[in-house]
Design a protein around this ligand. Structure first.
Ligand code: FAD
Length: 694
């Protein structure tokens, strides 16, 4: 029988319904909606799919300046927001902040000369772009860039483009600030005009913030001149509108109490798990692995079975922290929000391009506890921004001075390692700061960042259990009123204590909310995701390897050795496996001492462990000394194309190891030292020398 019209209509409708059902969340949700809540809660309904055309977006929203960021840990993103804010308030620029990942770049050749583009780019690892800048970097730095306008390279396709650049790097790495340098080079080659100097911040020297502050003043002057902007007195305009929702109860299903996104809110977390979507993983096992009372190092086994999370040996696991209750309470009290801490609030960007960095509606308590980096060092610029909202004129004057005077700030704030609430309570002697708009905290404090840990297990041996080896951070400055307690590692310590039923599962009275929002982390759970790394064993296990990993730097090497021991036990031909480890004393912090003996049973003489105990003898002994002692052996293994790995402290150890390896090569082969250095450089470029440092 033939289908009649009604049948066809019904069929078509059914089809549409079915497709819609199966593609739900794939094509419907806004392309980059980390919280997956745009459909449900924002602007009351469906949004169109977001355009990737930056020019269109700027046109639509009336912008003349876009600040692109390439950010891994949030600092570049934070600087981008600060530049946007300052450009708008001081110079009347119509600014927007943009994630490089959210736009296409092939129309940069049509960028009009009355607009400006900023690039705030962090360099990551061995001179790599941050995850969100990979496509942009490949495009702009590629061999055959081609723009939509079709202008040839000889015709300088970007001759209308004005740009400002700032790079975030670390001088302890060889490719210091490579991103901004290479991007600037590529842009200029294509005819773009750089405004001011391309700034460079150095995390290695610990001067990032001051480098940024020193760079931006002359840059603003140059930009003002180039675009004919008039500077005016900056008046604070909140970027976010915060509405108290007295109509909503915090226990209501729609309110985010710390859940990272909509799936979590609805109680059905699902993968893929990534930097926007953690897996609430059970901690299968946790134990203390230092044998001293005064310091802690945790070994944890995170169970990822059933989650579809996979890893390979050498990858990183990210732990999503929760702020300690003690500091959340301090913060809430300092800004006089105690009576409202559990009130429901909706947060909306005043400008369509402003992204709210957490899901909404939520409560003050949840936002502060789960989304804001409230324990971190304070930015001097932020102190200036807070000054106008001081409880009285004297405090205002003092805050203004702290914000303006670099040395004064260092002596009175930075050197004491205060966090923001500690500073506020100290300045006002406990009087609450009720005049600070909450939006200013959303703008001025970093979004809390997951912390990375080098996975200390082998995926071959325990594919569903990820090991972490974490030293608990506790930094004390004599005479200071506070001891800095690392947010994540103390959170993990509290979880370990709870798991072991310790009478006081609360290190240092930090009072972490271990059960998570709505008790969703009850029973020892922690939110995590895995990030893949390039720190990898040779694919052929018969190749020799040399590993240098003092302290917690041994983490990935426990995974490496575990893997090679298993391969040897399975009858594979496993090459020499040499490990340099360093710690203070055998009886104090010799990590995995008994495990190494077990691995030795499988690897035999092919496992060569050399340990430097820095505080046992009259002289300090470090891994570097042990390397020198083993110079001939190291050189022999390198001749056999051994892979060389370094993990741990980036600032000193990794750099020294690099230097010493060059010296060993030169000495052993009778070459000048410069030649030794060159050989190490070449090893790095061919991945024979790999680093996992922080
Ligand atoms: P945070 O709260 O982040 O504090 C860290 C430090 O910042 C403090 O110790 C202090 O020096 C400083 N600080 C904090 N607040 C203030 C303040 N108010 N004023 C002044 N200074 C302050 N660590 C491991 O133990 N094992 C690993 O295997 C490991 N692997 C890593 C791999 C990678 C790729 C990276 C990037 C890092 C790795 N780390 C590892 C380090 C880890 O990610 C964390 O940085 C570390 O555990 C500290 O985190 P936290 O939240 O406990 O401390």
């Amino acid at each position: 029988a033939q289908l009649d019209t009604l049948d066809i209509i019904v069929l078509v409708l059914l089809c549409i319904g079915t497709i819609a059902y199966f593609t739900k969340g794939t094509y419907w949700a806004v392309a980059n909606d980390p919280y997956g809540n745009s459909l449900a809660h924002q602007n009351g309904g469906l949004k169109s799919t977001k355009s990737r055309n930056i020019l269109e977006k700027m046109e639509e929203t009336g912008k003349n300046a876009v600040i692109f960021y390439g950010s891994q840990t949030g600092t570049a993103e934070d600087y981008a927001s600060r530049l946007a804010k300052e450009g708008a308030s001081r110079f009347g620029l119509k600014t927007m902040v943009a994630d490089l990942e959210d736009y296409d770049y092939d129309n940069l050749d049509s960028f009009p000369s009355d607009k400006v583009v900023f690039f705030v780019l962090a360099t990551y690892g061995e001179g790599e772009p941050t995850d969100n800048a990979v496509d942009f970097y490949e495009f702009i730095n590629g061999e055959d860039v081609s723009f939509a306008g079709g202008t040839s390279m000889e015709e300088k396709p970007l001759s209308n483009l004005k740009y400002v650049g700032f790079g975030l790097g670390n001088n302890t790495y060889e490719h210091y600030n490579l991103m901004i340098r290479n991007v600037a080079k590529a842009l200029v080659k294509m005819g773009a005009t750089q405004i001011g100097e391309a700034g460079e911040g150095d995390d290695g020297a610990g001067t990032m913030e001051e480098d940024f502050l020193a760079w931006k003043e002359p840059m603003w002057q140059a930009l003002a001149e180039s675009m004919g902007l008039e500077e005016r007195e900056a008046v604070y305009e909140p970027a976010f509108e915060i509405t108290q929702r007295d109509d909503m109860d915090p226990e209501e299903d729609l309110v985010y109490l710390g859940e990272p996104n909509k799936n979590h809110l609805e109680g059905n977390q699902r993968g893929p798990y990534n930097a926007n979507n953690p897996y609430i993983a059970p901690i299968a096992e946790s134990k203390e692995i230092f044998t001293t009372q005064s310091r802690n190092c945790l070994h944890m086994e995170i169970d990822v079975s059933g989650s579809n999370i996979s890893y390979t040996t050498g990858d990183h696991i990210a732990v999503w922290p929760t702020n300690p209750g003690k500091e959340v309470d301090r913060f809430i009290k300092a800004i006089g929000l105690e009576s409202k801490r559990h009130s429901v609030i909706s947060v909306k960007g005043k400008d369509p391009t402003a992204k709210v960095p957490f899901p909404s509606p939520s409560t003050y308590d949840a936002v502060i506890r789960y989304h804001m980096e409230i324990c971190a060092p304070i930015s001097r610029q932020f102190v200036s921004q807070l000054a106008p909202f001081a409880p009285n004129e004297d405090i205002k004057a003092e805050m203004t001075k702290l914000g303006a005077d670099k040395d004064y700030f260092h002596q009175n704030v930075a050197d004491w390692k205060l966090n923001i609430a500690q500073l506020l309570e100290q300045q006002s002697k406990g009087e609450p700061w009720t005049k600070i708009p909450f939006s200013l905290f959303i703008e001025g404090l970093h979004k809390i960042q997951p912390r990375y840990y080098s996975i200390s297990s082998s995926s071959l041996v325990q594919k569903n259990k990820i090991s972490i080896t974490a030293v608990v951070e506790s930094v004390e400055k004599p005479g200071a009123p506070h001891i800095v307690k690392g947010v994540t590692t103390n959170y993990l310590l509290a979880l370990k204590q709870k798991q072991h039923g310790e009478p006081n599962p609360d290190p240092h009275g930090l009072n972490y909310a271990l059960n998570g929002p709505r008790n969703k982390y009850d029973g020892i759970h922690v939110p995590v995701h895995v990030r893949h790394s390039n720190f990898k064993l040779p694919s052929d296990p018969s190749k020799p390897i040399i590993m240098v990993g003092p302290g917690s730097g041994v983490a990935p090497f426990r995974g490496f050795v575990q893997e090679r021991a298993a391969q040897a036990a399975a009858g594979e031909n496993v090459g020499k496996t040499m490990l340099f480890f360093g710690c203070r004393r055998r009886e104090e912090d010799f990590l995995y001492a008994s495990e190494w003996e077990e691995y030795k049973k499988d690897l035999g003489d092919n496992f060569d462990l050399r340990v430097a105990f820095s505080r046992e003898g009259p002289n300090k002994v470090y891994v570097q000394h042990k390397m020198k002692e083993a110079a001939a052996e190291i050189n022999k293994l390198l001749d056999q194309k051994a892979y060389f790995y370094v993990c741990g402290d980036a600032a000193n150890m990794a750099r020294e190891v690099n230097t010493i390896l060059g010296q060993i090569i030169a000495e052993q082969r009778g070459l000048p030292e410069s030649k030794g250095e060159e050989i190490v450089k070449a090893m790095r470029s061919s991945n024979q020398y790999q680093e996992d440092v922080w």
